[in-house]
Design a protein around this ligand. Structure first.
Ligand code: NAD
Length: 250
């Protein structure tokens, strides 16, 4: 909704593609100045360019969310560029390789957990002190329906996303009195590079997410995230919100 995030400064990780790009564009449409972060430089710069061409304000910064120094520098760069940090969408994530639990390699496990779980913790580790300094803020962490129910073949992914759900609740409780809201979004099947890559892995196949019988567009997550980040959601914290066409209601 245009104006929903007027005068806010927002940070989006995983902003080079998919849900992150769509959400960065919605943040900007709604009035926020956006720092777009990703390990993929070309896609991240493209997101920032698309926002500026549409009349918004955005900057790209390269950042690997699994690396502490890079995340600290990202938050510093955001504050340097725009003066503050009101909304953070910690969204960067990877799916890894599909395999049963016993066949999952240590390398697959470690890289998924480092990006999806440690990465979201590192983002909060550096975002929260800035928000405390300013007197508040709103954080949304990307979990997944895989953080709520088991998805065979995705043990490390589901474990990392279940960790994000719990991490979100703990941080929400710790900082509720400090006016920092922390929520998690659990997308279902969204049409992005990630779901296309997963669909190509022979063990997964192309399963249509039930019960709405369609895939969602990344924008359908971005609209929810923008609301969660906005003052319209001022009493919402510690919440795990599904946007999954009814998948986990089954
Ligand atoms: P995507 O692959 O299109 O986008 C993910 C982005 O994260 C990419 O631009 C990638 O370069 C970036 N990224 C990966 N590792 C990074 C790192 N270490 N540091 C910084 N950036 C990094 O996928 P998407 O579907 O848009 O996924 C976004 C988030 O949504 C992920 O956390 C994913 O687990 C979650 N999710 C997606 C779906 C779905 O169906 N697509 C469902 C549930 C949850």
């Amino acid at each position: 909704m245009p104006g929903l995030l007027k005068d806010k400064v927002a940070l989006v990780t995983g902003g080079a593609a998919g849900i992150g790009r769509a959400t960065a564009q919605i943040f900007a449409r709604d009035g926020a100045k956006v720092m777009v972060a990703d390990i993929v430089v070309e896609g991240g710069q493209e997101t920032a360019r698309l926002i500026r061409e549409a009349g918004g304000e955005a900057t790209f910064a390269r950042c690997d969310v699994s690396r502490s120094e890079e995340v600290r520098a990202l938050v510093d760069q955001t504050v340097k560029a725009y003066g503050r940090l009101d909304c953070a969408f910690n969204n960067a994530g990877i799916e890894g390789t599909v395999s049963s639990t016993a066949d999952c390699t240590e390398e697959n496990w470690d890289s998924i957990v480092a990006t999806n779980l440690k990465g979201e913790w590192l983002c909060m580790k550096y975002e929260i002190p800035q928000m405390l300094k300013q007197g508040g803020g709103a954080i949304v962490n990307t979990a997944s329906v895989g953080g709520l129910v088991g998805l065979p073949g995705l043990s490390a992914y589901c474990a990392s996303k279940g960790g994000v759900v719990q991490l979100t609740k703990v941080a929400a409780l710790e900082y509720a009195k400090s006016n920092i809201r922390v929520n998690a979004i659990c997308p279902g099947g969204i049409r992005t590079g990630m779901s296309k890559r997963l669909g190509r892995q022979p063990q997964m196949g192309e399963t249509l997410p039930a019960p709405m019988r369609r895939w969602a567009k990344p924008e359908e997550i971005g609209e929810v995230v923008a609301w969660l980040c906005s003052d319209a959601a001022s009493f919402v914290t510690g919440h795990t919100m599904t946007a999954d066409g009814g998948f986990v209601a089954q």
